[in-house]
Design a protein around this ligand. Structure first.
Ligand code: ATP
Ligand code: MG
Length: 202
């Protein structure tokens, strides 16, 4: 008996830390495309790299799992952390579709990330193989999203701009460093965890 295809969004990122802008982006994609669920995929820590995330991958993932424990539509996957090495989206989506042949995958990005797509590993194969959802992120409105890729690869890229939130992990880390509150910019668990464990203070 064959199961019907599930529509699954995938939101990759560093999530250092997870904030409401990420969840809003996932929610808009879920709503617009009638997705059954969105899988959030924290990237592994880049080995020996300047500008690397300041929080260990396993800790970033654990914070997300607790923060999203009651959200049935959003789940966290540690596929990139378990794989280790560089977190290439092409590898992640290929593995997910092999592991879950009943999933139709939609990769979700912000327009800032999508603007860099031509620097991604095997980007042409990636765009030819999977559907993309690009959320126009405040601050990146100038990016002509579809002009980034050749016309032949635009077919499976949808662009949305529906009340995205103007918040980034960089903003959150800066606010904490300055001793400012991050409540109502991140899930409550994230705010509590960051305070209790003194993340981003130095
Ligand atoms: P940093 O400031 O550290 O780069 P970030 O806020 O950009 O963090 P990432 O983990 O780098 O978060 O982003 C993961 C994905 O989520 C990317 O595709 C990014 O464009 C998207 N994204 C992040 N914040 C938003 C937002 N506020 N609205 C829409 N998309 C977002
Ligand atoms: Mg970013």
């Amino acid at each position: 008996m064959s199961e019907s295809l599930r529509r699954v969004g995938v939101l990759g990122g560093t999530f250092d830390p997870l904030h409401l802008g990420h969840l809003r982006a996932a929610e808009v994609a879920r709503d617009e495309l009638s997705l059954d669920r969105v899988v959030l995929v924290p990237a592994a820590n880049p080995p020996h790299k300047a500008g690397a995330p300041v929080t260990e991958a396993a800790e970033r993932a654990r914070i997300m799992e607790v923060a999203l424990a009651d959200e049935t539509g959003f789940v966290v996957s540690k596929i990139e952390i378990e794989r280790g090495g560089p977190s290439y989206t092409m590898d992640t989506l290929s593995s997910l579709s092999t592991q879950h042949p009943d999933w139709e995958l939609f990769f979700i990005t912000g327009s800032d990330a999508f603007a860099e797509i031509r620097t991604w590993s095997r980007w042409e194969t990636l765009l030819a193989s999977f559907s993309f959802v690009v959320n126009e992120r405040p601050g990146s409105e100038g990016v002509q999203v579809l002009e980034v890729v050749p016309e032949s690869l635009r077919e499976r890229v949808s662009v949305f701009r529906r009340a995205m939130l103007d918040v980034s992990s960089t903003d959150i880390r800066r606010l904490v460093r300055q001793g400012c509150s991050i409540r109502f910019l991140v899930p409550d668990h994230v705010a509590d965890y960051v305070r209790e464990h003194r993340l981003y203070v130095e």
